[in-house]
Write a protein that binds this ligand. Structure first.
Ligand code: GLU
Length: 423
């Protein structure tokens, strides 16, 4: 529940950004303008009031949202985040990203997202539980295993998922395990969900470098974020011979040109709750992270961080977007001009939602898979998606981001057209 820088640039509107990208994909694919507008517009936006009794006895009001963007390919799917930057535009943009992401990896879901505008670091554990349960109660009328299935996202974890699952089970009067994913194994979670996003990022990184004929052990990486995605990634990269030379978290950043030891860093973090001050590296200002000499840059925290300015000073030739929406429109233009290859979020970080799909499938079947089967299927799904996007990019001659969005939009368009327009 930590590891993400807390600020987004003020002038970045994630919703406008994603609309532009979907419209651009529509033109690239020669889709009818009306169809593109149907795809752009969220199907359902629910805003809920979330009153929470603080430990002091005072009641504080928060606002939450759940947005179902597109359900033409299956039930809505997407995480829930607790963060002070949450607003309707951010959640709408992230819900559209989920529609595209589930389509890019070709799993039978639509896209959704939820969030509460709150700084959870200011809440006690009891307050966090009350906030979660009240928010879950608020969105209860529109979620369900065959309607919309939430999951963890920024500042939410297996505990938050357990409370949501329990709240919904209490309301319905029976266990509804398949209503959220990212649950602990004891209550219907799956082997492999924790760390699945990081594994997917690693699979995409390996696949990209293989296509380009670059040995893994000649690469240096910088990682922004040491939370649920960033922390396991340091180890996965190091295990494959990729030197992780710099890491940033909320408090600052560290740098070691010889590579940071993942196990020693994890030990330091356990006590310090930050990467800063890790004795094996030197502390550097967080805004220097992406300028550190490296081949691979992985934003694994908040959106909108790869701005025009950061993109200009970025050292890496490859960006693997582990976070959702880390690159602004202007940032993307600079990266394109500088010939930096970007594996976009809707492909690179899809390992998490693929793992969620496997968890949900096991819940619905009431049958648990072995770890090996999970691992094998995750790898296959991610590699197939990467290869498909790569091949389409050669045909379309646009960036990997433009291609991935086109692949997603094409699949959503096909489902939308097949189903027709009601009534
Ligand atoms: N929050 C993750 C994402 O943005 C996972 C979503 C899910 O598993 O539903 O992809």
């Amino acid at each position: 529940m930590t590891g993400a820088p807390q600020q987004e640039p003020e002038n970045f509107n994630p919703w406008d950004n994603v609309v532009g990208l979907i419209e651009q994909a529509g033109s690239l694919l020669g889709l009818n303008a009306g169809l593109v507008q149907r795809i752009v517009k969220p199907e359902r936006i629910l805003e809920v009031a979330v009153p929470v009794r603080r430990d002091s006895g005072d009641v504080e009001m928060y606002t939450g949202w759940r947005i179902q963007h597109d359900t033409s390919r299956g039930p809505g799917k997407g995480g829930i985040r607790f963060h002070p930057s949450v607003d309707v535009d951010e959640i709408a943009a992230l819900s559209a990203d989920m529609s595209i992401k589930t389509a890019v990896v070709n799993i039978p879901y639509g896209g959704a997202k939820g969030g509460v505008r709150v700084d959870p670091s200011q809440l006690s554990i009891g307050e966090l539980e009350r906030l979660t349960r009240r928010y879950a109660f608020g969105i209860a009328p529109i979620i369900g295993p065959d309607r919309d299935i939430p999951a963890p996202d920024i500042n939410t974890d297996y505990r938050v998922m357990s409370w949501i699952m329990d709240t919904l089970s209490m309301i319905r009067g029976y266990n509804v395990g398949g209503i959220v994913t990212g649950k602990p194994i004891a209550i219907g979670g799956t082997f492999g969900h924790a760390g699945a996003t990081s594994l997917g990022v690693t699979i995409c990184t390996e696949a990209l470098l293989k296509k380009l004929g670059r040995p893994l052990n000649e690469q240096r990486a910088v990682i922004q974020g040491y939370g649920k995605v960033g922390a396991p990634l340091v180890k996965l990269f190091a295990d494959r011979g990729i030197k992780v030379v710099a890491i940033a978290d909320v408090q600052g950043a560290i740098h070691d040109p010889d590579g940071i030891d993942p196990v020693k860093l994890a030990k330091h973090f356990e006590e310090a709750r930050t990467v800063v001050g890790y004795p094996g590296a030197i502390d550097i200002p967080a805004n220097m992270l992406f300028a550190m000499p490296s081949e691979i840059a992985v934003p694994a925290a908040l959106g909108g961080v790869l701005t025009e300015e950061i993109a200009q000073t970025l050292s890496a030739k490859f960006v693997i977007e582990a976070a959702n929406g880390p690159t602004t429109g202007e940032g993307a233009a600079v990266l394109k001009e500088r010939n930096v290859t970007v594996v976009p979020d809707v492909l690179a970080n899809a390992g998490g939602v693929v793992a969620s799909y496997f968890e949900w499938a096991q819940d619905l079947q009431g049958f648990m898979w072995e770890r090996e089967l999970f691992q094998q299927r995750l790898e296959k799904t991610m590699r197939t998606a990467f290869d498909h996007v790569w091949t389409r990019q050669q045909q379309l001659g646009v960036t990997l981001r433009e291609t991935a969005i086109a692949v997603g939009v094409e699949r959503i368009a096909e489902a939308t057209e097949l189903r027709g327009l009601f009534p």
